[in-house]
Design a protein around this ligand. Structure first.
Ligand SMILES: [Zn+2]
Length: 130
């Protein structure tokens, strides 16, 4: 349940939406030209498959959004914590609490080999922000 809070917090980020939209626009146009270019260039809309046209924009949007979410789901050392969370070190299983916007520290035992995994998201109120 806690990870859903983090996903919804990440999805509220306008930058992710705008970047995914830009990628979908560019990649969607290129892929549509590759797949149905002969019909689109000649404006032969009777032969254009509009389901394919739409999905060709949707797929890069979804892949880009999914990638952004999975990248931000990981709490990396030196980055700001998106939400207050309890972290577990994947190497030594040590724990660390981080507050929202706090810089994520190294594990005391593992130092530069630190790899944090989210144990629990502790923020109760998840608000959208830019
Ligand atoms: Zn550790």
């Amino acid at each position: 349940m806690g990870k859903l809070k983090l996903v919804s917090h990440i999805l509220c980020n306008r930058n992710i939406f705008y970047k995914a939209s830009k990628i979908a626009l560019v990649v969607g146009i290129i892929l549509n030209l590759i797949n149905q270019g002969e019909y689109l260039i000649h404006l032969d809309f009777e032969h254009v498959n509009f389901y394919k046209l739409g999905f060709t924009f949707m797929v890069p949007f979804c892949v880009s959004t999914y990638t952004a979410i999975t990248m931000k789901m990981k709490y990396h050392v030196g980055e700001k914590a998106l939400l207050c969370a309890d972290l577990t070190c994947e190497n030594c299983h040590g724990t660390q609490e981080v507050k929202r916007d706090e810089i994520i520290p190294f594990c005391h035992k593992c130092q530069d080999k630190t790899s944090w995994k989210i144990k629990e998201i502790k923020d109760i109120n998840v608000k959208c922000r830019d």
